[in-house]
Design a protein around this ligand. Structure first.
Ligand code: ATP
Ligand code: MG
Length: 561
């Protein structure tokens, strides 16, 4: 590599592809696919797989298919199909016209099965599910042959056709591959290829009452689509010999399966079954609840597509399962929003300030910078009046030595405005502070002689006469344990729910936010990044989700002044 040549990021998946490209195994072609089962909404783990599959295709000038692995009619739904497509598009990937369904291949798969039967490589079995498990043996003991293993080809063909015609009840017959009941790999011990299921399918309706098992459908679907690299998660490593066996017996195109480690994140669960339980038990507000690790939840929370793609890139692909800190995900969105979110002022826990020497009806407009990281974002005018709100915890009646915010007799600067001094503290009969009476120094606003006078603290504020009352939703992790699945005997991950994961408060926000559009991102100065909620927010009555808190922002603002 020469000095000015950028090092290309590589990983073990790309290394395998590079080897194939030099050996010419697939004639330089790279064709991947993302194969979700439409039985739930996509989560951040799927996002990693999407970024990998679409990303690799893009990088090698190949293509990536979207294929729904819809072989399980009882768990699948078009609602899931639609949400999956929306989420992939939102992440910024495009499958163009390559939208496929395993169910489109049911007829071809049936013909493949007939071929295996004809070659003496598959048979109809009448053992029950439980018996099949018994006969399978264990890791240390070989299995036993099914009593139906040696049926004639004719008998198998006849029974299989009758299975398809609906002559037998659910569970009475299966079609099994005739591989090896003594194989050290349990997946090779005559796996079931078809089961009888008199169930309605969301695409094929009532055309079929036999359905292919995932392991039978998956590899053949990849082959039919001419996939070169079937990228999947590690738990399918032991299934690879079976997938290889099927395509070899059938003599059809043979993709290379490559396994990588699943993404796990601290303080969350990442299984559709568990996420579905949270939704159906009403623990969360739907699949897109902003606390969910789903793509739709992250979107509603305020995550951006580029922050998620960046995260996927940074965690990389590995051969060994591990858990990534949720802080890494938060770091990625903070970085993206820091560059792009508009800065505004919002007071989450308001305390009234009255400037006794400021005229009653006067409104001054202060010029505020929309994004210090991006000059093109421009400025806006923020109204400043006699009555203001500041954050309750920016005032202390009896402050410790290192408290540089407002206190009796102390001065602070109001961001983009004047230096004020606290002259009097007004309390209610219970002794709670309800109002601060302050004076402002006219010489200290921008353009005035003392504009640069230094004080130790700078506070955000809103005009009490112009502020908009808004709902703000503050989130914590959905689970209180780093690994929610780590539970005692008899308990489930549900015992680790964090009861304080959502706090709803009323805030006072600057008037520019009154009609803020759903999905818009803001930095509430000193308070974090917030996004207008897509379900509850309406023009005139905005609702904000806190995406993530800020770090070190206080120190930064103080330094600027
Ligand atoms: P879950 O266990 O959450 O139900 P799944 O594997 O059953 O997930 P699929 O719809 O089959 O869900 O997944 C589609 C693709 O996404 C698969 O290729 C799978 O390997 C990948 N995938 C699923 N979960 C993760 C994860 N946590 N990390 C990386 N890839 C994942
Ligand atoms: Mg799966």
């Amino acid at each position: 590599m020469t000095a000015n040549e950028a090092p290309t990021q590589t990983n073990f998946v790309k290394q395998i592809i590079n080897e194939h490209n030099s050996s010419g195994r697939f004639g330089q072609k790279v064709h991947t696919r993302f194969p979700p089962e439409p039985n739930g909404y996509l989560h951040i783990g799927h996002a990693k797989s999407i970024c990998l599959n679409f990303g690799i295709a893009e990088e090698y000038g190949g293509s990536c298919n979207l294929r729904f692995d819809d072989t399980n009619p009882t768990k699948e739904d078009t609602e899931y199909v639609d949400s999956i497509k929306e989420d992939i598009r939102w992440l910024g990937f495009n499958w163009e016209d390559r939208e496929y369904y395993a169910s489109d291949y049911f007829e071809t798969l049936y013909e493949y099965a007939l071929k295996l039967i004809g070659d003496g490589k598959a048979y109809v079995c009448e053992l029950t599910g439980e018996q099949i498990r018994e006969y399978r043996g264990t890791l240390t003991e070989p299995g036993k042959n099914s009593p139906h293993r040696e049926r004639s080809v004719e008998e198998n063909l006849d029974l299989f056709e009758r299975m398809r015609k609906g002559e037998f009840p659910d569970g009475s017959h299966t079609l099994r591959a005739k591989v090896d009941m003594a194989s050290p790999n349990l997946n090779m011990r005559d796996p079931v290829m078809y089961r009888i299921l008199h169930a309605h399918h969301h695409r094929t309706g009532d055309d079929w009452c036999i359905y292919p098992m995932y392991d039978w459908a998956h590899g053949q679907s990849d082959s039919i689509e001419g996939i070169t690299h079937s990228i999947c998660t590690l738990e399918f490593e032991d299934h690879r010999p079976l997938y290889d066996w099927y395509v070899e017996q059938l003599g059809i195109h043979h993709p290379q399966q490559i396994e990588f480690a699943r993404l796990n994140i601290t303080y969350t669960v990442m299984s559709k079954r568990k996420l579905l339980q949270l939704v159906s038990d009403g623990i969360v507000d739907g699949w897109d609840d902003p606390r969910m690790p789903t793509i739709s939840g992250l979107r509603r929370r305020g995550y951006t597509p580029s922050s998620i793609r960046d995260f996927a890139e940074r965690v990389g692909v590995a051969k060994k399962n591990s858990t990534v800190e949720v802080a890494q995900l938060e770091h990625c969105v903070r970085e993206d929003l820091n560059a792009h979110a508009l800065r505004v002022m919002a007071v989450l826990n308001p305390l009234k300030v009255v400037l006794t020497n400021f005229p009653e009806d006067k409104v001054e407009y202060m010029e505020a910078v929309n994004n210090p990281e991006d000059a093109s974002a421009g400025t806006r005018q923020v109204p400043f009046t006699r009555e203001l709100y500041i954050e309750r915890d920016d005032f202390m009646e009896d402050p410790p030595r290192k408290f540089f915010r407002l206190a009796p007799g102390r001065e602070v600067r109001l961001r983009y405005g004047y230096i004020i001094k606290c002259e009097e503290v007004v309390k209610d009969e219970d002794g709670n502070v309800v109002e601060l009476r302050c004076t402002y120094d006219e010489q200290t606003r921008s353009g005035m002689p003392e504009a640069n006078r230094k004080v130790k603290g700078t506070l955000h504020w809103v005009s009490a006469t112009h502020a908009v009352d808004a709902e703000v939703r503050l989130y914590e992790q959905l689970f209180s344990k780093e690994n929610p699945d780590n539970v005692a005997e008899g308990e489930t991950f549900m015992t680790n729910m964090n009861p304080q994961s959502l706090e709803i408060i009323r805030a006072q926000v600057e008037p520019s936010l009154v009609d803020a559009q759903a999905g818009t991102h803001f930095q509430f100065e000193r308070k974090g990044y917030f996004t207008v909620d897509s379900r509850y927010s309406v023009p005139g009555a905005p609702v904000f989700n806190r995406t993530v808190t800020l770090r070190d922002t206080w120190a930064k603002i103080s330094k600027q002044k």
